[in-house]
Design a protein around this ligand. Structure first.
Ligand code: AIR
Length: 414
């Protein structure tokens, strides 16, 4: 396995990262993955990922296991995936030329961040490049208004919403939720509007206004869908938000919720994935209202923070599964092996400069610290995550609560 992995990697390196060695496709050449998949010649050897952050970084070990080489595109030459990827295209996500270069260096193109030039991807797709998930799926999901319209069109329950432009009257009474149509992630581009001062503080950007849901609890689920339509669900998990930062704080696997709610979550996830004719990992977040209604909050066309627990807790991680789906390999089992709690480690308040990791050296067998190797820390920036495994949910929650205060990322400025 290892030797074959090296071959795909060498193929990229040999050409100076400018493509792959076509001798690799010589007649009769087959490759066997760790799960015993025989791959005919012409199979995917190189995956191009638009985005080289932590999500790409966490795909790399899985890619190596599957014998796939990875080339990433990122504006930051020191992005998280740069150290281990077989190639890096340094360029902007909006640059059609950079995306074209990436497409020219891979067999299948995917992405791990939404703010990619979807029109340029659609052009590459029209020219015959394989883009998974599709450029049309990205275009719909990356615009939160179009995403909501898509859900509504397919009768997927979601909170009430309306388009809104700065300087015009709000389409609904306060309190309500403001979301930038584009480019919001990791808590950026979301605000709860409670009074006129909140409205006055909003940035100028095309936006949508959503009803503020009276949330009882929040759930998430990942769906993996292969190019042949095979669809698998991961376990439904509970998510706990950091309400001030609007980012996910903790993920608890498995969720505890009434059977009817769990079934509804899985049903809605299936319907969304099928409506997109989706290929890859699709992440869905849900609100369960105090009235018992299950609403889709947001969907993400990529591996997701709510699925990091799958690295240690599931038979196949979300990262391996995404690669399997986009590379046209059979999907792996999504079975949960035990309870898990994942929490994010964000840059500490005021932290700037070079990251200083506190409490990251651990030798406990049930605690897994994933450091994203970002060259710079900023307050609230996702710098790492920690997964705790235990026999049951309560034990995992208690262990996570005990270790969390000791794990921090400060900056060289302090
Ligand atoms: N990401 C993409 N959408 C949401 C998130 N969190 C991940 C991707 C992306 C990275 O965050 O892996 O490349 C960018 O992180 P940062 O801290 O540089 O903004």
């Amino acid at each position: 396995m290892q030797g074959r992995t090296a071959s795909a990697v060498d193929a990229v390196n040999k050409t100076g990262g400018r493509g792959y060695d076509t001798s690799f496709f010589s007649p009769g050449r087959f490759m066997t993955s760790d799960k015993g998949t025989r791959r005919p010649r012409g199979a995917v050897r190189v995956v191009g990922i638009a985005g080289g952050g932590q999500l790409a970084q966490m795909m790399l070990p899985a890619a190596a296991e599957l014998g796939l080489a990875v080339v990433v595109l990122d504006p930051d030459p020191q992005c998280s995936a740069a150290g281990e990827a077989q190639g890096v295209v340094v360029g902007e996500f909006q640059s059609a030329a950079a995306l074209r270069e990436l497409a020219g260096r891979c067999d299948v193109l995917t992405f791990e961040i939404e703010r990619i030039n979807a029109a340029a991807l659609a052009e590459l797709e029209a020219e015959g490049h394989v883009v998974r998930p599709s450029a049309a799926t990205l275009a719909t999901i990356q615009d939160k208004l179009e995403q909501k319209r898509f859900l509504a069109r397919h009768d997927i329950p979601t909170s009430a919403f309306a388009a809104w432009e700065s300087g015009t009257p709000l389409p609904r009474a306060l309190p309500c939720v403001w979301k930038a149509r584009r480019d919001g992630y990791d808590g950026r581009g979301v605000a709860i509007l409670r009074d006129q001062a909140d409205v006055a503080a909003l940035p100028q950007a095309p936006a949508l206004i959503e009803a503020l849901v009276d949330i009882d609890y929040e759930l998430a689920v990942l769906v993996a869908r292969g190019h042949d339509g095979t669809l698998l669900h991961y376990p439904v998990v509970e998510i706990v938000m950091d309400d001030a930062a609007h980012v996910m704080d903790t993920v608890v696997a498995p969720a505890v919720a009434p059977a009817a709610v769990m079934a509804r979550v899985r049903e809605l996830a299936t319907r969304v994935a099928e409506a997109f004719d989706y290929v890859g990992i699709l992440a869905l977040e849900f609100f369960v209202g105090r009235d018992g209604a299950v609403l889709v909050n947001e969907v993400s066309p990529r591996p997701h923070n709510s699925g990091h627990y799958t690295i240690e807790a599931c038979a196949t991680s979300q990262f391996e599964q995404h690669l399997r789906a986009v590379a046209g390999l059979p999907l792996g089992s999504t079975a949960l092996r035990g309870a898990a709690v994942t929490f994010n480690v964000l840059g500490a308040p005021g932290a700037r400069g070079r990251p200083c990791y506190l409490g990251f050296d651990r030798d406990d067998a049930d605690v897994f610290v994933h450091c994203y190797d970002k060259p710079e820390v900023r307050p609230g920036r996702k710098m790492a995550h920690v997964t705790v495994l235990a026999g049951d949910r309560d034990a995992a929650l208690a262990r996570a609560a005990a270790i969390k205060p000791g794990i921090r990322v400060e900056g060289s400025n302090v």
